[in-house]
Design a binder for this molecule. Structure first.
Ligand code: ADP
Ligand code: MG
Length: 346
């Protein structure tokens, strides 16, 4: 008995230590998932006991969103909405699609026409998101411009309707941000307190803090770099950050560069004095929508957005990097990059 006790106590202590250790180290080891959705790659890093479960739930949810929201998926909500444009028939959509349309419409209405959910006919004509981009003739653009008008999008009781044949909603400017919001909801549901979710290179959601309690450090991409270098970084928690820039998606024809953010006034790629803009917000949808809208609206409107309490970063053509209030305390210029930029704290 004595001999047994002698062995049992240290054995139990060892077992206890092992359990504690594996629990702690298990929590520290993140689960990572990479998913091809929304014509891009979503990457998650999720910490915690239920990390794998949460990440997989997010993957499923993003695939579902992609199917519902893509203009190119014939059976999805947004594609069906375009198909029935002008028919007078309201299209019943998934409640999540409906909520997304409602929220986007309310925010778009604040952008003085710069962000139009009904930009679809133009993005289709330019083929900007597809494999065969082209420069439409001015006549073609002129014929499409009247269709780009959010006043023709009616939302009521879970249904959506576009009033004129040929109209189409394109959610490319909000879908990735909305995907961040979906990730946030699921991480919360699964009790996750530490996760990062990238959707494409342009939208990120930072959930909670890092496992050690410190904040997540987010980089602001160097437009002159290869996509992996930053000119500056800052710390956040429980927030989304979305960027828009002419360098993100574009094609070249006869020496002219055409980027994928269109000006609904002209029907052509937005001529802007902004090189890139990043918007920080609690809502991924808002961050994504405003980054696209302000890119179209230009520097003056963007600075007014920051002056009114909006948060983010703006790089202009003269090389000025404007930094809004909340980002200043943790702001750091990247080593060896971005020396040519002039930092301006707002
Ligand atoms: P990214 O897709 O790289 O994250 P953005 O969030 O800025 O970039 O969104 C660009 C997309 O938004 C385009 O590919 C197009 O689908 C859509 N879009 C382009 N111009 C407008 C506009 N003026 N209003 C609303 N959506 C737009
Ligand atoms: Mg956007």
């Amino acid at each position: 008995m004595k001999y047994f006790e002698k062995c049992l106590v240290p054995a139990l202590v060892c077992l206890g230590l092992f359990l504690v250790f594996s629990l702690v180290s298990g929590n520290q080891k993140p689960y990572t998932a990479t998913t091809f959705v929304m014509d891009t790659v979503a990457t998650q890093t999720v910490y915690g006991r239920r990390g794998a479960e949460a990440a997989s739930a997010v993957e499923d949810a993003l695939r579902g969103m992609d199917a519902r929201l893509s203009l190119y998926n014939g059976t999805g909500d947004i594609a069906r909405l375009a198909q029935s444009a002008g028919s007078g028939e309201p299209v019943a959509v998934d409640p999540q699609t409906y909520a997304l349309l409602e929220q986007s419409q309310a925010l778009a209405a604040q952008t003085e026409g710069a962000f139009q959910l009904t930009v679809g006919p133009l993005t289709l004509a330019w083929g900007i998101s597809g494999d065969t981009p082209r420069v439409p003739a001015q006549q073609e653009i002129d014929a499409l411009l009247p269709l780009v008008d959010d006043a023709g999008l009616f939302l009521q009781d879970g249904t959506a309707r576009l009033c004129t044949a040929g109209q189409a909603v394109d959610l490319g400017g909000v879908a990735k941000g909305a995907a961040c919001d979906t990730a946030k909801a699921l991480y919360t549901q699964y009790g996750i307190s530490s996760a990062l979710c990238w959707v494409g290179g342009s939208s990120i959601y930072a959930h909670g803090t890092k496992p050690d309690g410190s904040l997540w450090r987010i980089g602001f991409r160097d437009p002159a770099g290869d996509g992996h270098t930053s000119i500056a970084s800052f710390e956040i928690r429980d927030a989304a950050f979305a960027t828009s820039g002419g360098y993100e998606r574009y094609f070249e024809r006869d020496g002219v560069r055409y980027q994928h953010i269109l000006d609904p006034q002209t029907g052509r790629p937005a001529q802007t004095d902004i090189v890139s803009i990043g918007i920080l917000a609690e809502s991924g949808l808002a961050a994504d929508l405003w980054s696209t809208a302000l890119f179209v609206q230009g520097k003056e409107k963007a600075l007014a957005y920051f002056a009114a309490g909006g948060e983010g970063l703006l790089l202009d053509e003269a090389g000025n990097l404007y930094v809004s209030a909340a980002l200043q305390s943790s702001f750091s210029r990247a080593d060896g990059a971005g020396e040519q930029y002039q930092i301006i704290f707002l």
